[in-house]
Each structure stands twice: as C-alpha cells, then as structure tokens.
Design a protein around this ligand. Structure first.
Ligand code: HEC
Length: 135
C-alpha cells in the first residue's frame, strides 16, 4: 500500500465514520417524537378516570352528600364514607347513596326522601366512580 492510497483510505474511513455517527444520532433524535407520543397516550389514559374522580368529588358536594357524610376530610364526620369503595359494590353504593329498596327501610323517611331526590341526577355515575375509589 502506497502512502498516498493509505491516506485516501484513511480519509474514506473517517468520512464513513462521521456519516455513520450522524445517522445514528439522527436516528436517536427521531425516537423523541415516538417517545412523546407514547408518554402522551399513557398520560391521557390515566387522566380520564382522574377527571371523572374530580367531577365525582364536585358532585359529592353539589348533591348535598357532605351535609351528612364526610370523605377525604370534607363534610359532616358523623357518617364517614372513607374506605367505602373497598367494602361495597357499585350497586350497593348506588342503593346506599340514593336509598334504593333494600337500604331505605333502615333510614329515617326524611333522609330516604332526600337521597331518592338525587337518584336520577345527571352526575350519578361519576359520583359512584368517586365513591368506588374511596379505598
Ligand atoms: C340527610 C342526610 C344524608 C344525606 C344528605 C345523604 N346521606 Fe348517605 N346516608 C345517610 C345515613 C343516615 C346513612 C345510613 C348510616 C350510615 O351508613 O352511615 C347513609 C348511608 C349511605 C351509604 C351507605 C353506607 C354503607 O355503609 O353502606 C352511602 C354509600 C351513602 N349514604 C352515600 C351518600 C351520598 C353519595 C349522598 C349524596 C348523594 C348521600 N349519601 C346523602 C344520610 C345521608
């Protein structure tokens, strides 16, 4: 190998290495948007139930539940509902919250009447979501 051809080979090898590294870095940088999309997708999946919980928490106050119950430190502490989601099914919660058939016998008639008056409110399902996650 002559000195000249060795120099040419070295120049070629250096160029090839630079191009290879540039391609590698470009490839790595292009992963960013993909990573961002994955992060956005997983965050969105977590945020949906979160906003339902927030809506349910608001409904809990708006429907007057805090007049008699407390949850997460808000409301009347005489009938706490913290942990209720771990003890009751969704349908049991519905019956308890809105004085369904089985639960209304045990309640004073005035309380049962107030509860039943909310049974078909628009926010019933998000309220139940909220009660279910009180664990
Ligand atoms: C006027 C008072 C009053 C209001 C208002 C009221 N509750 Fe009740 N609630 C009671 C009483 C009394 C009980 C039965 C005693 C107990 O379980 O603590 C009860 C029982 C429950 C139970 C069943 C608890 C269990 O251990 O199974 C749930 C769930 C419940 N209420 C949710 C709600 C929700 C949600 C609201 C708002 C829509 C609401 N309550 C409004 C008085 C009230």
């Amino acid at each position: 190998m002559t000195r000249q051809s060795r120099a040419r080979w070295l120049a070629f090898a250096t160029t090839a290495l630079v191009v290879l590294l540039a391609a590698l870095f470009a490839g790595l940088r292009n992963l960013d948007p993909v990573k961002r999309m994955i992060t956005a997708a997983t965050t969105a999946a977590v945020e949906v139930p979160h906003s339902r919980t927030a809506a349910g928490r608001t409904a809990f106050v708006d429907m007057g539940c805090t007049v008699c119950h407390t949850a997460e430190g808000k409301g009347n502490p005489s009938h706490p509902l913290d942990g209720i989601g771990a003890r009751r099914t969704r349908e049991e919660l519905r019956a308890g919250a809105f004085a369904g058939a089985a639960s209304s016998d045990a309640l004073p008639s005035g309380v049962a009447r107030v509860k039943r008056s909310h049974a078909s409110d628009a926010n019933v399902e998000v309220l139940l979501d909220y009660l279910e996650q009180l664990r």
